[in-house]
Design a protein around this ligand. Structure first.
Ligand SMILES: O=P(O)(O)O[C@H]1O[C@H](CO)[C@@H](O)[C@H]1O
Ligand SMILES: [Mn+2]
Ligand SMILES: [Mn+2]
Length: 395
């Protein structure tokens, strides 16, 4: 069946259990959904996701989330083939562009030549320069930055250069300019970095610093055509909600919305759903990741899932018979795991339309490109051969 509209919703970080290659990443036993469920000891209430089949796909049921003997959705998991476990890898792979060559990471801090160039361009001294949690590093160095105007530059296990700046000390426009310059330094061949991330924050002192929604990701331009470009070239309307626009550097996107939060993102989804269009709406909800996964906060993670589930209820009620909703994730970020990095996990896959007579299993799909191949198939757009459509399984 061909759907008029497809809504592809990425719950950023919501992994469904360790991937077979998790050992290579030091992530054995990670399980974002399973461990959040255990943390809640049966009180994780996700009635809408449960009805669709969230616990059915998880293997062992998620505590508190009953397995539905008659699931409303087609359910499965997806396994990533990209070398990295960051958002960019996950989303590009979903859109037919796996990132199989590892991007540059900086476990010992950034090389001197990069630091020199950044200092010369910005006229500011660089402090930090190590892998660290973003909230920890501003608590440690933010007051120093307020006194000196130094630039806090840090990284993580991902291919990222993150620049934290107090909004009253380094104005946003200046921060973005520095990030844009940093972007220009690492587009290859020597360094190929996934993202430069501007991390503005506010607050009077270390106890009260909070990061703001003015975060901006300066992502590597897609290194080839993606399914979004293919859809757009074929005249299929493409809407991006949340980080999607950043992740694809705007390529292949006709209409973009920036999210202030998950709930703001769901407001955008409601808004787009009320529009009459034919096409693909690609949505990223990042709070699971940025506010709870990296912060190793299972309590907050579970609450964010429950808040999302509530809003999903409205989406399900508003879906039309010729709409398809695909729900998935880009990687794991188990809030009970050691460290503060993403975890290499399988991701959930749920496919639902009110027109379905029943649900069923889609098995384990790999690569993530099966997702994009399904969208292309629906709109009769030719892909690059990456991924297999599961459209014919949905009825
Ligand atoms: O600790 P914070 O600053 O949130 O950074 C995290 O956010 C980045 C992007 O998801 C990750 O690479 C990780 O470093
Ligand atoms: Mn992500
Ligand atoms: Mn992240």
């Amino acid at each position: 069946m061909a759907f008029k509209r497809i809504f592809g919703l990425v719950m950023d970080s919501v992994g469904a259990g360790a991937a077979p290659d998790s050992g290579k990443y030091g992530d054995q036993g990670a399980d974002t959904l399973g461990h959040v469920g255990q943390f809640y000891e049966g009180n994780l209430q996700l009635p809408n996701l449960a009805r669709l089949g969230l616990s059915n796909l998880h293997g062992t049921p998620i505590m508190g989330v009953p397995v539905n003997p008659d699931p409303h959705a087609y359910y499965g998991k997806m396994q990533e083939i990209s070398a990295g476990k960051d958002s960019m890898d996950g989303h590009w792979e979903m859109m037919g562009l796996p990132v199989t060559k590892a991007l540059s990471t900086f476990p010992n801090g950034f090389p001197q030549d990069l630091l020199d160039k950044l200092e010369a361009f910005s006229g500011r001294k660089i402090i930090g320069n190590r892998p660290e949690s973003g909230t920890k590093i501003i608590a440690e160095l933010g007051e120093q930055q307020m006194r000196t105007g130094d630039l806090i530059v840090y990284t993580s296990g991902d291919s990222v250069i993150q620049i934290a700046a107090h909004e009253d000390v380094i104005p946003l426009a200046e921060l973005y300019k520095i990030c844009d310059y940093a972007r220009s330094l690492v587009n290859g061949p020597e360094y190929l970095v996934g993202r430069i991330i501007a991390r503005p924050y506010v607050g009077p002192d270390a106890q009260h610093f909070t990061r703001t929604a003015n975060r901006r990701d300066f992502t590597l331009e897609p290194t080839g055509e993606t399914d979004l470009d293919r859809l757009q070239s074929a005249g299929v309307h493409v809407v991006g909600v949340g980080k999607i626009n950043d992740i694809f550097s705007g390529h292949g996107i006709d209409e973009g919305y920036h999210n202030e939060s998950n709930m703001d993102g769901m407001d955008h989804v409601d808004h787009v759903m009320a529009e009459d269009f034919e096409g693909f709406c690609f949505i990223n909800l990042v709070d699971f990741d940025a506010m709870y996964g990296h912060r190793r906060n299972p309590q907050g993670f579970g609450q964010a899932l429950m808040d999302f589930d509530r809003r999903l209820g409205t989406v399900l009620a508003n879906l039309r018979d010729d709409d398809l909703l695909l729900i998935t994730a880009d990687h794991g970020n188990d809030p009970t795991y050691t460290g503060s990095d993403h975890t290499r996990e399988l991701v959930p896959l749920l496919a639902y339309s009110p027109s379905f007579k029943q649900g069923g299993s889609l098995g384990i799909r790999s690569p993530f490109a099966d997702f994009g191949a399904t969208v292309l198939d629906n709109f009769n757009v030719t892909g690059n051969g990456r991924g297999h459509s599961f459209l014919a399984d949905l009825n």
